[in-house]
Ligand binder design. Structure first.
Ligand code: HEM
Length: 387
């Protein structure tokens, strides 16, 4: 019953496991020991702080397990000794497994064993040792229902960051995590990377992290907000330019116009047509009474064609329009979080297309997606002429 042990690891309220590692003596690196020299004291301090689990070595674990307290953090037993953490990597690197790791874990009443899966540039032998460790651990873990935690770690080159310089590149970490999963890991202890999901998952601006539900909701919002908008700006904008060869020619003649063109395409396409708001208090908008609790439809697309603001040619596409006070990204406190990214993507696409193609013209009807919210384009065939 691995599940029973897994339940001891995860916090019933958050569903997460805050696992604090002090298994540092195993790595024989002096700088890791500052503040944790006194083993029993370090363990007692951690127990008082009540994390969900504490990661210890065979020599440290008894300090936790002999404590006469009923509820205490679960023991995660480190099973491999490595010498990869020095400021400079030694000539020969190793990652050795302790003897009978699962037997020792059972005798120490551990909730889980942990083992590394290193990926260090130019050190394939080390990766091989780690894989051998995991392959040996896995059947014993399964036989004795001991959860197997794998810690995939990608380091930067020794010459670049030296020793424990973790590489935050998700493109390198994701395949290693996948490898750990396929080697049979029950739990992955992944280092946070510098990608936006890791940042959001670990940020605690007011001392409180987002819950899993909040994180999931926000990520869905980011995915939709960053996807439905930019791609419809690009497809709708390019279809509009294809139908107006003079505008394309203006851009081709002077690519410095791309900045104003991006703003005009934002205005012209208005990827988010409308959003609904609810009045939190009675108010008046353009002579219209709005009661508290009443819905108000913000029609960005209509505001972006307002002749009072944009003049009599508000209905025309003009890549040189300046100033261009469109509201395609909304306004106020909820002004689009991804405005800079959306603008950048549009600029890069225009730069690349203009550099490659001298003309662009329609090759069929534009098929739009019927929606009161998103100005979607399903199909917009164009023909281009290579420079
Ligand atoms: C052409 C591209 C884009 C357009 C036209 C657009 C449009 C909008 C609009 C109209 C709003 C609502 C503003 C308001 O409520 O007043 C908004 C909010 C938001 N957008 Fe965008 N967006 C674009 C790209 C992106 C991208 C690339 C991301 C992120 C990757 C993003 C993330 C968000 C988020 C998180 C919000 C909510 C902000 C808040 O409520 O505080 N958007 N966007």
């Amino acid at each position: 019953m691995k599940t029973a042990r897994l339940h001891r690891l995860f916090n019933p309220r958050s569903g997460r496991c805050l696992d604090v590692a002090v298994d540092h003596g195993f790595f024989n690196e002096g700088s890791f020991l500052a503040g944790i020299e006194d083993l029993p004291k370090a363990v007692a301090t951690l127990v008082a702080a009540a994390p969900d689990a504490i990661q210890l070595t065979v020599g440290q674990a008894p300090h936790l397990q002999r404590m006469p307290v009923r509820a205490k953090p679960a023991l995660v037993l480190r099973t491999d000794v490595a010498n990869v953490y020095g400021a400079r990597l030694p000539r020969t690197l190793f990652s050795r497994m302790i003897d009978d790791p699962v037997g020792q874990a059972l005798r120490l009443d551990a909730a889980c064993v942990v083992v590394n899966l290193f990926c260090i540039p130019d050190q394939p032998e080390l990766a091989d040792q780690c894989i051998q460790n995991i392959l040996r651990l896995k059947p014993a873990c399964d036989t004795y229902s001991m959860p197997l935690m794998v810690e995939p770690l990608v380091f930067q080159a020794d010459a670049k960051a030296g020793g424990y310089g973790v590489d935050g590149d998700p493109a390198k970490i994701i395949p290693l995590v996948r490898q750990a999963v396929e080697l049979g890991a029950d739990i992955i202890k992944a280092d946070p990377t510098d990608d936006v999901v890791s940042q959001l998952a670990t940020a605690a601006p007011d001392g409180e992290q987002l819950t899993d539900v909040e994180l999931g909701m926000f990520l869905i919002q980011l995915l939709v907000a960053g996807n439905e908008t930019t791609r419809n700006l690009l497809s709708g904008g390019l279809a509009a330019l294809a139908a107006r060869p003079r505008q394309w020619a203006l851009l081709a003649a002077d690519p410095r116009r791309i900045a104003t063109a991006v703003e005009e395409l934002l205005r012209w396409t208005t990827p988010v047509i409308s959003f609904m708001r609810t009045a939190t208090r009675p108010t008046e908008l353009c002579g219209q009474e709005v009661a508290e609790g009443e819905p108000v439809l913000c029609l960005y697309a209509s505001a972006n064609r307002d002749e009072d603001v944009f003049g009599p040619d508000a209905g025309d596409l003009d890549v040189t329009r300046d100033p261009n006070p469109h509201v395609s990204f909304g306004f106020g406190v909820h002004f689009c979080l991804g405005a800079a990214l959306g603008r950048l993507e549009a600029r890069v696409v225009l730069e690349e297309l203009l550099a490659r193609f001298s003309t662009m013209s329609p090759a069929g009807d534009v098929v739009r997606a019927p929606s009161p919210v998103i100005a979607g384009v399903r199909r917009a065939p164009v023909v281009v002429t290579a420079r």
